[in-house]
Design a protein around this ligand. Structure first.
Ligand SMILES: Cc1cc2nc3c(=O)[nH]c(=O)nc-3n(C[C@H](O)[C@H](O)[C@H](O)COP(=O)(O)OP(=O)(O)OC[C@H]3O[C@@H](n4cnc5c(N)ncnc54)[C@H](O)[C@@H]3O)c2cc1C
Length: 479
């Protein structure tokens, strides 16, 4: 056994929970549990996808190094504590998970002993529509719905189904044809990639009000129906209400991966260039500003395409892969963390789960409620470029109760300005181009494999990240 494979065997058994105290000195002389050779792998990017891929490869006995550009791991899964009192925290990035729907993610929670909590952030939503606030009861009231402009069929439907489920009235007849969530093609709708989904709603008899609510004038019907079908196949509703978050913040899972990986995760290592050929990969990066190089058998790229585009890759990718890397689109926004001195909304007997129709602050809800203090955290999402003071002013102006929000301070993370992770979630592929993106987006290219939220079927970030990371690790292990 080489010193390299011995080191990996020790790591492997440690992960499997077989300590040296049980195994005695045999540990150091036993063969690797896997019959496959140890591979050396560089993982580019220490977000949840990179950490998960690293963890999976480490479990399989491989020699892994995760190179992360910034001074922290976790990427868009980022729990902030700085500047907050009483041990409170706020998630700057990923918010919630569902069950079902996040199967791979829950598997890691169980495996690593990370606790999830129910997160009632979508219950009793108060929606501000055209300046007026509506409760869920109001949005199932026939007279309210009629006054809003919905037609009779829609009023009938919404009086029996939640407001967010209006889309099902129009897309339900199409969904059963999809039987494999990874295969949108060949079910009879291929030509619908050039049809806007709004045309399907119109064909179904949607009112102008419904079309306004559902949108879709520029979204491919095939893409949108496939997306809804994925949710149906996973047993998830179009807008899951019973969601969960992690105790202590969503960064608990990336942190658990990183803890297992130990010094295999190297921070402050921005990758500058990647060379690859049939035999392996060579990566140039900086550490503390000093140029470094590392060679390996494989590379898992877990850096989202907009940041990955800045890295020089030689030789270049195939035109098909390059098209995907150049054209995949993301949205980006800002998270506000309001620390308040009380649950002011309870006095007003209203819900703090509010959707505003302000362009600056879009929604607010409570988080971190397991922390034992009278103070509360209210999270908000809004546009990039807005100051925290402006967000607080909008919150106070638009909040519908008589008691004004007791905001003591606000901290924020404007993802649009982040140097290494400026994007948030992948958006829909352009009309008529699904075949260019799918399945190319998740295919390896020579010795470079792709993981990350953009490289799976559904843009549900943390599940897509863990699914794609598992897939990349598994494929490399079997290669
Ligand atoms: C506000 C917000 C709300 C969200 N809500 C949810 C939600 O409710 N549920 C959900 O599942 N998902 C949600 N998401 C999405 C989810 O957070 C992301 O999809 C997921 O975290 C992406 O993980 P990743 O590992 O693919 O990429 P990233 O998190 O972007 O990680 C990539 C890493 O690569 C590093 N990097 C970049 N360039 C280089 C380089 N040159 N060299 C080395 N490293 C580099 C970056 O610093 C980063 O750490 C949300 C995201 C945001 C921002």
């Amino acid at each position: 056994m080489t010193s390299n494979s011995r080191r990996n065997f020790i790591r492997n058994t440690a992960v499997a929970g077989v300590g040296t105290s049980l195994m005695g000195p045999q540990v150091f002389t036993s063969p690797l549990p896997s019959s496959r050779a140890v591979k050396k792998i560089i993982v580019a990017g220490g977000g949840i996808a990179g950490l998960c891929a690293g963890y999976e490869l480490m479990k399989r006995g491989h020699d892994v190094t995760v190179l992360e550009a910034s001074g922290r791991h976790g990427g868009h899964v980022f729990t902030a504590r700085d500047g907050l009192s009483d041990g409170l925290y706020g998630d700057y990035g990923a918010e919630h998970i569902t069950r079902p729907g996040y199967e791979r993610y829950w598997q890691y929670l169980n495996e690593l002993g990370v606790e999830a909590l129910p997160y009632p952030r979508r219950k009793n939503l108060l929606r501000q529509i055209d300046g007026k606030f509506y409760t869920e009861e109001m949005l199932s009231d026939r007279s309210v719905l009629t006054k809003m402009g919905f037609n009779l069929t829609e009023v009938d439907y919404l009086s029996k189904h939640p407001y967010w489920d209006l889309v099902s009235l129009y897309n339900k007849p199409y969904l059963d044809k999809f039987t494999d969530e990874y295969q949108p093609f060949g079910v009879g709708y291929d030509n619908m990639d050039n049809t806007p989904i709004a045309d399907i709603y119109k064909k179904g008899g949607a009112s102008a009000k419904a079309l306004d609510l559902l949108g879709g004038a520029n979204t491919s019907a095939l893409f949108e129906l496939w997306r809804s079908a994925i949710l149906k196949l996973r047993g998830v509703s179009q807008f899951p209400v019973d969601v969960f978050r992690l105790k202590g913040g969503n960064q608990s899972l990336p942190t658990a991966f990183a803890k297992k990986l130990g010094d295999r995760v190297q921070l402050n290592c921005p990758i500058q260039s990647i060379q690859h050929d049939k035999a392996g990969v060579r990566v140039k990066f900086k550490w503390m500003g000093e140029p470094q190089e590392l060679s390996a058998d494989y590379l898992v790229n877990a850096i989202p395409p907009p940041a990955f585009r800045k890295i020089i890759v030689t030789p270049g990718f195939s035109p098909e892969k390059q098209f995907v890397l150049d054209n995949v689109q993301y949205d980006s926004y800002q998270r506000f963390v309001f620390q308040c001195s009380s649950k002011f909304w309870e006095k007003d007997k209203i819900s703090i789960n509010i959707e505003f129709d302000s362009p600056d602050l879009w929604s607010v809800w409570q988080s971190a409620d397991e922390i034992d203090t009278h103070r509360v955290i209210v999270l908000g999402t809004g546009a990039g470029g807005i100051t925290p003071q402006r967000a607080m002013a909008v919150f106070k102006e638009n909040y519908p109760g008589a008691t004004k929000p007791t905001v003591e301070q606000v901290v924020s993370k404007d993802w649009t300005k982040d140097g290494f992770a400026p994007t948030c979630e992948r958006v829909h592929f352009p009309m008529g181009q699904l075949h260019k993106f799918w399945p190319e987006i998740m295919k390896p290219s020579g010795r470079i494999y792709f993981a990350g939220a953009s490289t799976d079927n559904l843009n549900w970030g943390m599940e897509a990240s863990t699914r794609s990371a598992y897939r990349a690790a598994d494929e490399i292990d079997k290669a």
